[in-house]
Design a binder for this molecule. Sequence first.
Ligand code: SF4
Ligand code: SF4
Length: 180
Amino acid sequence: MTETRDQKGPPEVLIDPIDISKLDPGFRKEIQSMPNAEDLSACFACSTCTAACPIANIWDIKPHQLIRMILLGMRERVISSKEIWLCLTCFECQERCPQKVRVTDIFFDCKNLAAEEGRIPDTIIALGRELIEKGQLYIVTADWEREDLNLEPEVPGLSTEYVKKKLSETRTGRLVKGGD
Ligand code: SF4
Ligand code: SF4
C-alpha cells in the first residue's frame, strides 16, 4: 500500500492492485479448518476489529484487511506478513466483532501455519529458546525485592524443570530449536 500526501487536501491512499493469478482459493478453507476459525466467512468488513486494536495504527496491513485477505485467498501475503507476529493477543478485536469472527484466534492459526513453514521471526525464536532453556521468560524478583514485599525469599514450589522438559517434547519446542 502506498500513501501520498496532498498539501491541499486529505491524504490519498493508493492500494496496490491484487494479482488474481497469485490467489490461493483453498486458503479460506485451510484457515476455516483450523481451531476457532469456523465463522471467518461471516466477516462483513466493518473494520470494528481495526478500530478496537490498540496497535493497528502502526500496522501496514490492518486487522480487518488481514481477514479480508484470508477470505480472498492471499495466502502468501498473509503468512509472510509481520503483522500476525506483532499481534499482542489482547483479544480486543475478537471481543468487539459484531459477527463473532474470532479474529485473534485466526491470527494464531496464521502464525501456526507460518511456523510450520519455518517462517518464525528471529525474535520469537529467541524467546522460545529462552523459555525452553530457562523454563520461564521472566526471572522472579530478587530476594531483597521479595523481602520488601514481605514475601518469603523463595517462590514456594517454583520448579522450572517440568516446564523445560515438557516444552522440549512439544512440536513448538522442536520448531524453535530448529528440529523437524
Ligand atoms: S470486526 Fe468482525 S466483521 Fe468487522 S471487519 Fe473485523 S472481523 Fe470482519
Ligand atoms: S488481538 Fe491483536 S489484532 Fe486483535 S486487537 Fe489485540 S493486538 Fe490487535
